[in-house]
Design a protein around this ligand. Structure first.
Ligand SMILES: [Zn+2]
Length: 282
């Protein structure tokens, strides 16, 4: 083989190898990834920052998160820096029991409201046993996730630790994820009444991505709230043919200009931002 061709082949091989190593290594990518995991009827959202920090917002119902989560992490990535439990309903937190057994958790953000279920009690027990730091969310809680990424928690308005709330959905931890000019609004199962209170202070809710509150139920997503966010993409995290009728056709009809993406149809839904635009294959 002539030497020049051999050198060219060697060069191409090296470039391919280096690219593969960077892609597989979990080294900082400079990009923000926002992934809605397909956990069936529930919510679980994985954020991977440009510095390769991992944030998990909710962990879905029992027995549903480990596979979709493993699809998005390298097998040696066993650390999740921050876990946010938006509210203690089973379809958002039960899967966290399995996550706690298999991953090292840096810290947990929660609302601290009273909630009497075995799942929630088990999670609080595990958190205490493992000595994981917990923080109670309120509107002043912000997380600088590094690499220029900010997670701005805007609800609940105040610390609800130890309080009894009649509707846990209404106290869902809600946040805006911001990276450069790209952003996403993530509101757990937040209801219309709480959306109204949030809108009263006219916060900057505009974002290209909105995870529809409460799996696309009509108890969330008022016209006013949708207008304030004005998303290009609306994500529904729910199972196919669920008994709740999620997502509500009424809610989807309020979003004529947004592309609707559903975990039940697509599986994991992945967005990647370079700080200027979101890219998605879906
Ligand atoms: Zn839910």
């Amino acid at each position: 083989m002539p030497k020049r061709i051999f050198r060219k082949i060697a060069l191409v091989f090296t470039l391919v190898a280096v690219t593969a190593i960077i892609a597989l290594s979990g080294l900082p990518s400079g990009k923000l990834e926002l992934i809605f995991l397909d956990v069936g009827q529930g919510d679980a959202i994985l954020i991977s920052t440009p510095d390769n920090h991992k944030v998990l917002i909710d962990a879905g119902p029992a027995g549903a998160i480990l596979d979709p989560l493993a699809q998005e992490l390298n097998f040696w990535e066993r650390q999740i820096d921050l876990v946010i439990l938006t509210h203690p309903d089973t379809d958002h937190i039960a899967g966290f029991v399995e996550v706690l057994k298999r991953y090292k958790i840096g810290q947990v953000l929660l609302t601290g409201v009273q909630h009497e279920t075995e799942w929630y009690a088990e999670i609080l027990r595990q958190i205490a046993e493992q000595g994981i730091t917990t923080t109670v969310a309120n509107a002043a809680t912000d997380f600088d996730l590094g690499g220029g990424v900010l997670l701005d928690v805007f609800w609940p308005e105040e610390n609800l630790a130890g309080r009894f709330v009649s509707d846990a959905n209404a106290a869902s931890v809600s946040a805006k994820l911001i990276f450069g000019t790209t952003s996403a609004i993530l509101t757990g199962d937040l209801d219309i009444e709480s959306e109204k209170i949030i809108l009263e202070s006219s916060p900057d809710l505009h974002a290209q991505i909105l995870k529809l509150g409460h799996h696309g139920s009509k108890t969330s997503s008022s016209q006013e709230f949708l207008a304030a966010v004005s998303p290009s993409y609306a994500v529904v995290s729910a199972s196919a043919d669920n008994s709740f009728g999620h997502p509500s056709p009424e809610v989807l009809a309020k979003l004529p200009d947004a592309k609707i993406l559903e975990t039940s149809k697509i599986g994991n839904i992945r967005f990647i931002s370079d700080g200027q635009t979101w890219r998605t294959k879906n």
